[in-house]
Each structure stands twice: as structure tokens, then as C-alpha cells.
Design a binder for this molecule. Structure first.
Ligand SMILES: [Zn+2]
Length: 186
């Protein structure tokens, strides 16, 4: 096959050279107005060509590589649940479920299918006003009174993460922080 980035022949979809060049995670923390701390591993622009594969069949393979390289930079956590945000697989696979499962290698306990949006309107390219007027309306169906972190692939305005945090708090879940691959604000 060919490397998705440099198009040279490669044994994987992102060759070792491109991994060394482009996939060097540097954890950074953004604090949202709700107080939720969001740990991102990359700036959005750094890995945009990879993130744009999300809705293609090979996106699953690319995201698995991104997760492996990104989460290697995180400390281990043995007692925290990792809650995948809106891990709906109607697009073929769920990228947030994939990320939560990848965190199991760092000791986290993935919690899948428990945080679903009742409003799945696309936020892509939409303004903050549009997003505020069209909340996700999350419903949580997981265990209560646990310690957990939220998992998403990209943070933009942070509204989705804050909405999910609010829903978890209503169920007595202690949300430690959120982990995302990329922060658009970095
Ligand atoms: Zn390459």
C-alpha cells in the first residue's frame, strides 16, 4: 500500500517517516468556561489531512494509528472510565469508540454506547450561535457515581464537551477531564 501522507510505498497507511515527522504528540490543556479541562495531543492543523479521513473506509485504520501515537504521550490511569461521546456507528464505525478503546492500553476502562446525542445535526462549519441554538441533547445511560473522562476526536468551541459534562454531572459522574486528539484553538 501507499502512505496516506507522502504516497510512498509503505507497510502501513502512515509510514514511519511521516509518523516521526507529523505525529509527535504534545499534550496541551485548554480549560473550558464550565471548568472542564481538555487535554489535546495535537493542534488541528498539524494533523488535518489525517482527521479528514474520518468518513472514509480507511479512516478507521488512520484513526487507529493516530490514537496509538497520540495516547502514548499520556500517563497511565487505572481507575478511570473513558466515556466515548456519541459513539454512533451508522457511518461504518465510531471514531470516538475507537479512541476510547485505544485508551485501554493506557489503563482506562472504555465505556461505550452510553452517551448518545438525541440531536445529531452537523456542526461542521457552523457558527457558535448555531451550535448554541441546536444543542446535542445528550442522554447518558451508563453507571452512576463513577470517575470518568470524556473522549472526543476534535474540540472546537467546547460546547459539545460541556453539554456532555453537564449530563454526566446530573448522573453523579465525576468528570475528571476530557481527552481529544486535536484542538482547533491550538
Ligand atoms: Zn509517509
Amino acid at each position: 500500500m501507499r502512505c496516506h501522507s507522502c504516497r510512498r510505498f509503505s507497510l502501513s497507511l502512515i509510514c514511519q517517516t511521516c509518523r516521526r515527522l507529523y505525529l509527535r504528540p504534545e499534550p496541551s490543556i485548554r480549560t473550558l468556561p464550565s471548568g472542564l479541562k481538555v487535554i489535546s495531543l495535537f493542534g488541528y492543523d498539524e494533523i488535518e489531512p489525517f482527521l479528514l479521513t474520518k468518513h472514509h473506509p480507511h479512516g478507521w485504520f488512520i484513526y487507529r494509528i493516530l490514537a496509538k501515537e497520540a495516547f502514548a504521550a499520556l500517563e497511565r490511569a487505572e481507575t478511570l472510565y473513558a466515556i466515548a461521546i456519541d459513539d454512533d456507528a451508522s457511518g461504518g464505525y465510531s471514531h470516538t469508540a475507537l479512541l476510547a478503546k485505544a485508551l485501554a492500553k493506557r489503563g482506562y476502562r472504555p465505556l461505550l454506547g452510553v452517551m448518545r446525542a438525541q440531536n445529531r445535526i452537523s456542526y461542521s462549519g457552523q457558527s457558535r450561535e448555531f451550535r448554541l441554538a441546536n444543542p446535542r441533547r445528550f442522554r447518558y445511560r451508563g453507571p452512576e457515581k463513577i470517575d470518568a473522562v470524556l473522549i472526543d476526536d476534535i474540540v472546537t468551541t467546547g460546547l459539545t464537551l460541556q453539554e456532555a459534562q453537564g449530563e454526566l454531572m446530573r448522573h453523579g459522574v465525576n468528570v475528571g477531564w476530557a481527552i481529544v486528539l486535536a484542538d482547533v484553538d491550538r
